[in-house]
Design a protein. Structure first.
Lengths: 617, 359
């Protein structure tokens, strides 16, 4: 019997997904973990490895330790007390309804005690105020089989409105509906929006969203940042929603960090003493690297269960690092000396570590270019800057061979390692490449439109951009030209828009609402282009002799005509945009996602949008 | 919207003013009723297209001026539909590879095949003029931006359909055109017009448009229009646009003020400022600041190699003692710009190196 128990324990601890599932199940009937201290009172040994044969004879609890040692109250939480206080204040304000806040968003990496904190606090804060057990209602994607899938979340949220009064519960959204599906995401945002903007005097239960933020899920389409490859609060809820809710603080955001070693060590020591394991300080230390308390406990359990004979490096959670983290390591060198091999230099080790743990090296190189100048408050020799940019430039020419990319990282590190003075670094910036591409697309589509409708394809693109783009507006804007041709039109802008400085930002810009900035400045060229396009379209319809095979075009231009028929246009948009990326059908679903979220904006200025999208195609 | 540059564009051989030799050889070529594939090259604003259209006019008559825009659709290998615009008359087509993006090979092949086969149908019942013009002309603009792939495909197509199609390829520089194509075409170089030739044209326009000058002294007028030509780097298109801009903005052109005769284009101003800043402040902080400006230029689709070239020349002209090193460095980074993917690495690399060279 003992051995069977043992196996099941193994199974649970090997995969995070399994343990997550089990964790969920426990939510439904909230029971505090047993105190197993009384089971085996005398088994304290010097070395955990020697102690193991005894362990297997122990009467084992079949639950994984993650559940077994799930904190029963907020005092035991493995979290910075200040963060706990923040969340407690926010949540109790929501329960009493004192402030406007309707949605509390907790974001952070996995295993940083987000949902556990909410669970503990919900129980404590609602004690005596509500009859519900645990004080928590959680959205589960699978538990409502009836109804259309995209409507599950709105239905759930609508039902939750009645968890007030004596039924008061905290509503927790941890599991998300399939937000990669356009319709579902749209419904999700809409439901949240309605919730947030419900009238102030209606009592509502506190709504909490726990989001494990994921950075660049895939490299496939690294042209832009959107929900497809980057799940963050911004991409999930949408900029519009966050922006409109920020005026009267209807959404409160609390960011969680990976858990600090001190708190992890405390938890480990607690578990060790409860399980009667005496782990040396170095072992505890080595466990505390990842900052993920869940995986940490799983590994601890597995380590003890496997008689301590697998090394931490084989199984330790791979420390996936974020872009900024990776840039920081290259620029400032690392302090993490895991597996430090003394045959090689410290810098070599740093780069090896980064190469192993960060996958998008091209983005990293762009990030380095953007950020190498911050080292030592921008105060070092230009010859070093030259060497760094030289290596970055060289490695850009080498193509996809990873070794060559490593060269640039190593060169950057070595150059910066030789900078003597240590000043404070400036803040890191996100590479501008994505915004550059966005701008380029916009400019290039405007040039295409100008070339197609105004220059009638008779001027080359480069001539338009370099020469005509600057001079022609000057001519057209001049008083004498207007006099001579008896026209009174608005000012013409430079073709493709005025030159704009492109500053780096600290966060990746999110690729939605592409045309926000566009709406403001009306440009005469743009309206001319629209006018001509409309005329040509009319001519085409009159002209029956047209034997050219411009069938595709004429359908598209008919769409332009029907600007009033917004719905039809939105459909075309989806069609044209969907065809931008040559992907298999599953991906198209994901792609449309964005379009749907944008529908509202697109309808504001469909004609322009259509032109832009046409240009991109 | 009728600009002088369009209004005064010569339509026929007789109206062309400069490069009489080229005009004569094209004229004799057109007189035979047939011509080989052509590769016309030379700097922009030298009159390449004008000469090509004059040739077509001679061959086919004024109906080549009746241009219309067709949209052609193609399907590429991953069965994605592509659309692109073709400028056409009954006798010719004009295409630009930059409109087709990465699919230029498919488009070129399909389009030429399409044109070649439709022509054959037309020839089954020849008109009363017999089979005089049994070919259709395809003009390929910016031929140097065709991918290697497309050029290789073109080479086969040129031979296969030579009975029905004549190609006229237009580009600024033939260094990027593969040798087999150069060998299959008649190379026609159209050099930039001289300052005097541009000046003549501008004076002619000034007369026609009755532009008012502060003085009618022919010598001063000549100096003024020469300044316009020189300030526009002997690019006729740019000269004419500049001249029109100046005369539209000013009631009276002051021939004594030659500096008013040039317009530095907006992107050139930006690059000049980069050069100035590079020379003034050689620090890492300034590199970070200049990155913003480089991105500004790139985001406006200013070709990265042009940025590098303009910047290098700008720097070299003011730092004559370091001219050689600067040019050498620029050459290295110019190569990297064509090899690499992201221009910003190389532009900043050049800026950093230029700082070190100049300090």
């Amino acid at each position: 019997m003992c051995s069977i128990e043992h196996y099941s324990m193994f199974e649970v601890s090997t995969g995070t997904t399994t343990s997550m599932a089990i964790k969920r199940r426990h939510v439904d009937h909230w029971d505090p973990p047993n105190d197993s201290l009384s089971d085996e009172p005398e088994d304290i040994l010097e070395d955990p490895i020697q102690q193991l044969p005894r362990l297997s004879r122990m009467k084992l609890d079949s639950r994984s330790w993650v559940d077994k040692y799930c904190p029963a109250n907020s005092r035991d939480l493995c979290i910075n007390p200040r963060k706990l206080k923040d969340v407690r204040t926010a949540l109790s304000n929501m329960i009493t309804g004192e402030l406007n806040c309707r949605l509390l968003v907790l974001s952070g990496p996995s295993g940083s005690s987000k949902s556990t904190t909410i669970r503990c606090l919900a129980k404590e804060l609602l004690l005596g105020k509500s009859n519900t057990l645990g004080g928590l209602v959680e959205f589960l994607d699978t538990n409502t089989a009836d109804g259309a899938l995209p409507m599950q979340f709105p239905d759930f949220l609508a039902a939750c409105r009645y968890h007030i009064g004596s039924n008061l519960s905290v509503i927790l959204i941890e599991e998300l509906p399939n937000i990669f599906h356009a319709e579902t995401l749209f419904r999700f945002r809409k439901a949240i929006k309605e919730w947030i903007f419900s009238a102030q005097d209606i009592p509502m239960p506190p709504l909490v969203l726990c989001l494990t933020e994921l950075d660049s899920l895939s490299e496939r389409d690294s042209r832009s940042y959107n929900i497809e490859n980057c799940l963050t609060v911004e991409t999930l809820l949408g900029k519009d929603l966050l922006h409109s809710a920020s005026f009267d603080n209807r959404i409160q955001r609390i960011k969680f960090q990976p858990i600090a070693k001190t708190y992890l060590a405390k938890t480990i020591n607690h578990i060790c003493s409860a399980e009667h394991i005496r782990a040396s300080k170095s072992v505890v230390q080595s466990f505390c690297e990842s900052g993920d308390v869940r995986s940490l406990i799983n590994y601890l359990q597995f380590w003890v269960g496997s008689k301590g004979n697998f090394s931490r490096f084989q199984t330790g959670r791979e420390n996936q690092i974020t872009l900024f983290h990776a840039i920081g390591k290259v620029i400032h060198s690392t302090s993490d000396m895991t597996g430090y091999d003394h045959d090689f230099s410290h810098d070599f080790h740093t780069i090896k570590n980064v190469m192993e743990n960060y996958h998008d090296i091209n983005l990293l190189l762009l990030g380095l270019l953007e950020n190498y100048t911050i080292y030592n408050g921008m105060d070092f020799e230009t010859s070093r800057a030259m060497a760094i940019t030289e290596s970055l430039s060289l490695s850009d020419t080498f193509g996809a061979v990873p070794e060559f990319k490593e060269y640039a990282l190593l060169a950057t590190r070595l150059e910066l390692a030789n900078v003597k003075a240590k000043g404070p670094p400036s803040t890191m910036k996100f590479p501008r490449q994505f915004r550059l591409q966005k701008e380029q697309n916009k400019v290039s589509s405007e040039i295409s439109n100008y070339r197609r409708y105004i220059a009638k394809l008779q001027v080359l693109r480069d001539d338009i951009n370099l020469i005509d783009g600057n001079l022609v507006p000057k001519i057209l804007n001049s008083f004498r030209y207007k006099m001579a041709h008896d026209v009174s039109k608005e000012q013409y802008q430079r073709v493709g828009g005025a030159f704009k400085k492109l500053f780096a930002e600290e966060t990746p810009s999110i690729m939605e609402n592409e045309d926000e900035a566009e709406r403001g400045n009306e440009d005469q060229f743009r309206s001319d282009i629209n006018e001509i396009a409309r005329q040509e379209d009319n001519n085409k319809e009159d002209d029956d002799d047209d034997l050219s095979d411009a069938i595709e075009n004429s359908t598209d231009e008919e769409d332009l005509e029907d600007t009033l028929d917004e719905q039809f246009l939105a459909m075309t948009q989806q069609r044209t945009q969907g065809s931008v990326t040559p992907k298999i059908t599953i991906d198209n679903d994901i792609n449309n996602d964005d379009d749907n979220g944008n529908d509202e904006d697109m309808q504001d200025d469909p004609e322009l949008d259509f032109l832009v999208s046409q240009g991109i195609v | 919207m009728s600009l002088w540059v369009d209004k005064y564009r010569p339509k026929k051989f007789g109206q062309l003013t400069f490069h009489p030799q080229i005009t004569d050889s094209l004229k004799s070529l057109a007189a035979t009723g047939d011509f080989p594939h052509l590769l016309v090259y030379g700097p922009s604003g030298a009159g390449k297209k004008t000469r090509i259209y004059a040739t077509l006019n001679e061959l086919f008559g004024a109906s080549v001026e009746k241009l219309k825009i067709d949209v052609k659709t193609f399907t590429n290998a991953s069965s994605k539909k592509l659309e692109f615009n073709v400028l056409s008359s009954p006798y010719h087509l004009e295409i630009t590879p930059s409109d087709m993006g990465n699919n230029d090979r498919v488009v070129i092949q399909d389009l030429l095949k399409d044109v070649a086969s439709t022509e054959q149908v037309d020839f089954s019942n020849p008109g009363k003029n017999g089979v005089k013009h049994r070919f259709k002309v395809v003009i390929i603009n910016e031929a140097d931006s065709l991918s290697r792939d497309a050029q290789a495909a073109l080479r086969r197509t040129m031979e296969k359909y030579s009975a029905n199609i004549r190609l006229i390829m237009v580009c600024n520089n033939i260094s990027n055109i593969i040798a087999p194509i150069k060998s299959r075409t008649l190379l026609v170089r159209v050099p930039a017009p001289s300052v005097k030739e541009i000046g003549d044209i501008l004076l002619h326009i000034a007369l026609k448009e009755s532009v008012k000058f502060s003085s009618n002294d022919p010598e001063k007028l000549r100096k003024y229009v020469d300044a316009v030509a020189r300030g526009s780097a002997q690019n006729l298109r740019r000269s004419m646009l500049t001249f029109e801009t100046i005369s539209m903005q000013l009631e009276l052109l002051n021939v004594d003020n030659l500096s008013s005769a040039t317009i530095v284009l907006d992107w050139e101003v930006i690059i000049q400022n980069i050069a100035l800043s590079l020379r003034r402040d050689k620090s890492v902080a300034n590199l970070a600041k200049l990155r913003v400006t480089f991105y500004e230029l790139l985001s406006h689709c200013i070709p990265s190699r042009l940025i590098l070239k303009t910047l290098a020349l700008e720097l070299a002209s003011s730092e004559t003692s370091h001219c050689r090193e600067l040019m050498e460095t620029a050459a290295v980074f110019d190569e990297r710009l064509s090899l690499g993917l992201k221009a910003i690495f190389h532009l900043e690399g050049f800026a950093a190196k230029a700082m070190v060279i100049m300090s």
